[in-house]
Design a protein around this ligand. Sequence first.
Ligand SMILES: Cc1cc2nc3c(=O)[nH]c(=O)nc-3n(C[C@H](O)[C@H](O)[C@H](O)COP(=O)(O)OP(=O)(O)OC[C@H]3O[C@@H](n4cnc5c(N)ncnc54)[C@H](O)[C@@H]3O)c2cc1C
Length: 388
Amino acid sequence: MTSQPAPSGALRFDPVDLPDGHVELRAEVRAFIDAERARGTRLGGDWSARYDTEFSGRLGRAGFIGMTWAKEYGGHERSALERYIVTEELLSAGAPVGAHWVADRQSSQLLLRFGTEEQRKALLPGIARGENFFCIGMSEPDSGSDLASIRTTAKKTDGGWLINGTKLWTSAAHICHYMIALVRTAPASDDRHAGMSQMIIDLKAPGVIIRPIRNLAGDAHFNEEVFTDYFVPDDRVVGEIGDGWNQVVSELGYERSGPERFLSTFSVFVELVRAVGPDPSLRTVEAFGRLAAHVMTLRSMSLSVAGMLQQGLLPNVEAAVVKDLGTNFAKALPEVARTIIQAEPDVDIGPAFEEAWIEGLLYAPAFTIQGGTREILRGVIARGLGLR
Ligand SMILES: Cc1cc2nc3c(=O)[nH]c(=O)nc-3n(C[C@H](O)[C@H](O)[C@H](O)COP(=O)(O)OP(=O)(O)OC[C@H]3O[C@@H](n4cnc5c(N)ncnc54)[C@H](O)[C@@H]3O)c2cc1C
């Protein structure tokens, strides 16, 4: 691998070699998942739909959270590619990773990059143990794609900041201990990206009301949080006051490129192959081949971004490509499965397929919205290619 970022106007997806010991590591994760299955953990769903805080604790104790951080912060000093192997195994088994996911993938990286030593020491070991859960407080009513238009304010007061405003669509806020919120610390100006800052919010402290929002599936995984004179001490500001926009942008590579962007409905594929059995029609074989080719290509692209992140690069354009292609694939999979099942009338689909399929159908509309909509990603890609 070379270490230069992609030049403007070019996309870069260098192939990466998996690290030594990857076969053994994969076997270790599979053994962990088998043990979870044996103890009755519910497997087979979408990462964003399934939370199991006790599962997160067991995963943390097994050394599979905080894998890439320094040991002094509770991490395990392994590579980003080793972490990739662990996450793809967990996701393809449909493990209930939703509770610790954001903390492990994103908030920790932000704290390692911009946080103070005190913040890292106080918060990272709990994340690695699968006990500290974080959520992302970016979106607001009327501010989603146009994140620079946020209106939640933080005003300086003695020893800290007073927050007023509303955050919206916050995944898992109801089970999280902390939110990293993007807030306005200076009034909006001609420089739309100036005057924003990031703060660590203790969601159990007074001054915040968390209300669940029910989704299409009837579940309440995301929330609205209303802040009224909520006090954040100075030592809970992340990075520099006013630098929030740059910091948020640096999270996007982590948020958009991982295997969760194309493996959300992978369980549907696995259960479909099981349901169809060893003697599918030629047409179904062709459809399976097409799906498998898509997954393998997306995986290579996503792995390539993981390789660049490991080198300290910020491959935000490539991450946007992975998210756009990956979420379109994951969204289409349950519909493709429906067509295949209709073409195989003798197949007994069984409860495992049915559960994965229904969950896939009901959650799929969100895939191309959460983490940046399709149109916004294509704008990012066009800009990266020098087309706008
Ligand atoms: C399941 C789920 C979980 C989420 N979790 C979180 C979370 O944990 N934390 C968080 O902060 N947010 C979260 N979100 C919010 C998500 O980031 C926003 O919904 C998303 O950014 C879109 O913003 P919006 O809903 O305000 O829609 P809008 O920005 O109003 O967009 C509406 C439509 O207009 C299109 N559009 C908007 N601007 C443009 C443009 N410039 N050019 C072309 N088309 C445009 C969009 O693509 C979209 O189709 C979540 C959303 C979902 C669905």
